[in-house]
Design a protein around this ligand. Structure first.
Ligand code: MG
Length: 290
């Protein structure tokens, strides 16, 4: 396996980052943050989530945010949707791509969304099929691909089965989440080998958390094994509120530094990412004080 010369980065800070911060910033501040990120030339920005406002109050303004941002020509603007109602919102807002999510761990699924993996997949089927009929790309997030906060180690076979089901229903990108940041580099060898029958490493995206300080080491191993697409969050914003002890999406700045060290092209402007992060920190300071 030869190492890729380019890497695709999806900036998930506006959605996965802000969703997991305890305090809400204003709609205007979110729009300004996303507009600043849009200057960094990301392949994709996950903007927000069309979830029930009472479940994730931080993202209750999804439609206003989507309407307010200025989109860059080369960037795909995606949104997370949990169900058909969310898909309606996403389509009305002109999202180019949606993300759906399911867990590879039964306990995490029950605790996170109060439904079994099978129930989640059944609920997603019409969402994915309608999205594909509308020519939207669909990312399928699979959480807990290495460890679950409740069940411990998750078998690669479990992950493979969930991935196979998502692909069958029409998901266009598989995105594997190390939800509690428990992975070590060697986990990538067994995970990627175990998924070969459903997807090559070059067709997978990794969503790493830096909870244990190993996200970059894990990413470097994954790159050596052929992975060329990563999610990251400007400034390492956000974690996961439903997974105890899981702060910290891997920081976009750190992924960019890794890519630069390995001589891999990302197309992303690090200076603009830093500017966006600084801007967001200011907005959070203001929100905290008010
Ligand atoms: Mg995350």
């Amino acid at each position: 396996m030869s190492v890729a010369r380019s890497m695709r980065i999806t900036e998930v800070g506006p959605r996965d980052g802000l969703q997991n911060e305890p305090l809400s910033i204003s709609t205007a501040a979110k729009i300004a943050f996303i507009n600043a990120l849009s200057k960094a030339n990301f392949a994709e920005i996950e903007v927000t989530s069309f979830v029930r406002a009472d479940r994730i109050t931080q993202l209750a303004d999804a439609a206003q945010v989507m309407a307010g941002i200025t989109r860059a020509a080369g960037t795909v603007y995606s949104v997370l949707v949990p169900n058909e109602r969310g898909l309606d919102g996403a389509m009305a807002a002109g999202a180019q791509k949606i993300s759906v999510f399911v867990s590879a761990s039964e306990s995490f699924s029950q605790r996170n969304v109060n439904a079994s993996i099978q129930e989640c997949l059944d609920k997603l089927r019409p969402v994915v099929s309608r999205a594909r009929a509308a020519k939207l790309a669909v990312r399928g997030y699979v959480s807990c691909v290495v460890k679950c906060p409740y069940d411990g180690a998750v078998s690669v076979e479990q992950v493979r089965q969930v991935c196979a089901r998502l692909l069958e229903m029409g998901v266009t990108d598989l995105d594997l989440g190390d939800t509690i940041g428990a992975a070590v580099p060697d986990d990538m060898d067994r995970l990627l080998a175990g998924l070969e029958s459903v997807a090559a490493p070059t067709d997978l995206t990794l969503h790493l958390h830096n909870t244990s300080g190993r996200a970059i080491a894990v990413a470097e191993r994954a790159i050596a094994l052929g992975v060329a697409s990563f999610d990251s969050s400007a400034g390492g914003l956000g974690g996961c509120p439903f997974a105890p002890g899981s702060p910290g999406n891997v920081a976009t700045e750190d992924v960019l530094e890794l890519a630069a060290r390995l001589g891999i092209e990302t197309g992303v402007r690090a200076d603009q990412v830093r500017a966006a992060t600084d801007q967001l920190r200011q907005a959070m300071t203001i929100a905290r004080a008010s």
